[in-house]
Design a protein around this ligand. Structure first.
Ligand code: HEM
Length: 504
């Protein structure tokens, strides 16, 4: 059986030579993770625990087990939403930078600039929410930031919007640097994505999947962030100059385009961990192919075209856009998910894979992503959406694929590089995966079941008839938090040690 080289570069991003996916096989070697990537991951993991605790507090409040004042609930909801989306972006960026820097020359300065802007943005958002009392939701839906009815001041809203803007600027720099580096090495982002191969028919199976996924993420995220910046700036000015306004429907379109693209891109960046690491455990390379290129090219278009499925309840939207939202919902996540799930199954099938903890987490990610997409597609159907969209069904589907899809990709990456031997080969490691899976599935299912019975989302207080579901979810959330604290503590302690050698 072949063994694929783990990683022998210095991780500084100075090697601009494209590395063949069919790289020579040899025993696993030591691996270096750039300090910037470590900083991204450590920050994401600490924020993850804090944001999970905020989520737990909200769920316990809905369950009637924790007295949380109404205004505090919506502050927590705003903090949790913005924090989780932000940390997911940071973790995804870390994974992408780590692997992309082996293929193209990335700027370490930009890596750090993004990190500093992120921290500044987080500080502003924390101050806006915890000191200023801002509670308008991470979606900052126009004109809510300016119309708090005295609950928060325009300055608090400006702090939140300004914080998002700083974070956006950082990610835009990150995307531009990655895009420039891919263009310098491969000629264009389309070539990075593999579109030229699809057109010419000459398929290069050695083209690195990390370059394909990164090209896609750069394209969609750049467009998304620029769109978000427009509405953020208008909102910011409007807080102090109310006459400077924007059409509310246009604002909603811009916000949901940005929000949808950004959170989806976090998965598209993180899935690179599956392409790069699972082969090390299976002992086979992950080869690019025509369906692989076609799936990523399709996802590039679909992820930007599908956002109207967030606006299916807005009867004033142009009907063709709503129809587009429904149709593309059926297509959007599917191509990449299919090639990834099929590719992963083929990779491990009869490979003699050693099911160490990182490999288990990466496989769990494929399962969780697939499972979470199904209720999303159901919600993307107009007749269903009219009844379900403002219910717990929606947090149900996105928590499923974020908790059981996205986070396991990040955890798999972290355990691979920072858990060292034995990486939780059996026993404790497997037990933790199983507990997390069960807790995550019950947590997501409770949301979905409540959505099924029309329990509204974003309600701080729940009627007595709804509370049983809240209580089940709260217990499951405690399980999730415990697993996560254990994992995060393991990773952070090992990360602080000087040398960590990942063995596949
Ligand atoms: C222990 C884990 C978690 C718990 C207990 C939790 C809990 C909650 C609760 C209670 C809500 C409000 C539901 C409602 O009534 O509408 C919520 C919303 C949300 N959660 Fe989580 N969550 C967890 C993990 C995550 C993760 C991992 C992510 C993303 C990576 C995430 C992202 C969000 C987002 C974006 C919202 C929407 C906020 C809004 O409606 O404005 N959550 N969560």
């Amino acid at each position: 059986m072949n063994t694929v080289v783990l990683d022998t570069d210095t991780g500084t991003g100075t090697d601009a030579t494209p590395m063949a996916l069919d790289r020579p096989v040899s025993p696993a070697g030591a691996s270096h993770v750039h300090p910037g990537v470590r900083a991204y991951l450590a920050t994401s993991l600490v924020l993850l625990v804090l944001m999970m605790l905020a989520g737990l507090a909200m769920r316990a409040a809905q369950a009637g087990w924790l007295p949380v004042p109404l205004d505090r609930f919506y502050q927590l909801m705003t903090l949790h939403g913005a924090g989780m989306v932000g940390l997911a972006g940071l973790a995804g960026a870390a994974i992408m930078w780590h692997f992309l820097s082996r293929q193209v020359r990335l700027s370490e300065g930009i890596l750090w600039a993004n990190f500093i802007l992120f921290l500044l943005g987080v500080a502003m958002i924390l101050a806006a929410i915890l000191v200023g009392g801002y509670a308008g939701g991470w979606t900052f839906l126009w004109p809510l930031p300016a119309m708090s009815m005295g609950v928060w001041s325009p300055h608090a809203a400006a702090g939140f919007i300004g914080g998002l803007l700083l974070i956006g600027v950082g990610f835009l720099l990150f995307c531009l640097d990655s895009g420039l580096a891919i263009t310098r090495t491969y000629g264009s982002l389309w070539a990075g994505l593999g579109v030229d191969q699809l057109i010419s028919g000459r398929i290069d199976t050695a083209h690195p999947p990390v370059v394909v996924a990164s090209s896609m993420s750069v394209i969609v995220n750049t467009v998304g962030i620029l769109t978000g910046a427009v509405v953020l700036v208008v909102t910011l000015v409007n807080l102090y100059v109310p006459a400077f306004a924007i059409n509310a429907l246009l604002a909603k379109n811009l916000i949901y385009f940005f929000g949808h693209v950004f959170i989806n891109a976090t998965i598209y960046m993180s899935v690179i961990a599956v392409y790069e690491l699972l082969p090390l455990y299976a002992g086979r390379p992950w080869k690019a192919s025509r369906p692989f290129y076609a799936a990523w090219a399709a996802a590039t278009v679909f992820v930007m075209a599908v956002y109207p499925h967030h606006l299916l309840l807005d009867g004033v939207m142009p009907a063709p856009l709503l129809v587009l939202g429904q149709i593309v919902s059926y297509l959007s996540g599917i191509p990449v998910l299919l090639v990834t799930a099929y590719g992963a199954l083929m990779l491990v099938h009869r490979s003699g894979i050693r099911w160490k903890a990182p490999a288990l987490w990466l496989m769990l990610a494929i399962y969780g992503w697939s499972a979470g997409v199904i209720p999303a597609i159901v919600d993307g159907t107009i007749v269903v959406n009219k009844v379900m969209h403002n219910t717990m069904w929606v947090p149900g589907h996105f928590h499923l694929y974020l908790l059981l899809g996205l986070l396991p990709m990040v955890i798999g990456f972290c355990l691979h590089f920072f858990a060292g031997e034995p990486s939780g080969t059996a026993g404790r490691g497997r037990g933790l995966v199983a507990l997390y899976l069960v807790a995550g599935a019950v947590f997501g299912a409770a949301f979905l079941a409540q959505g099924w019975s029309s329990v509204p989302r974003r309600w701080a207080e729940h009627w007595p008839q709804w509370v049983a579901g809240d209580q089940v979810a709260t217990i499951a959330a405690i399980g999730l938090v415990l697993c996560t604290v254990l994992l995060v503590a393991t990773v952070l302690i090992r990360m602080a040690r000087p040398a960590h050698v990942a063995q596949a």
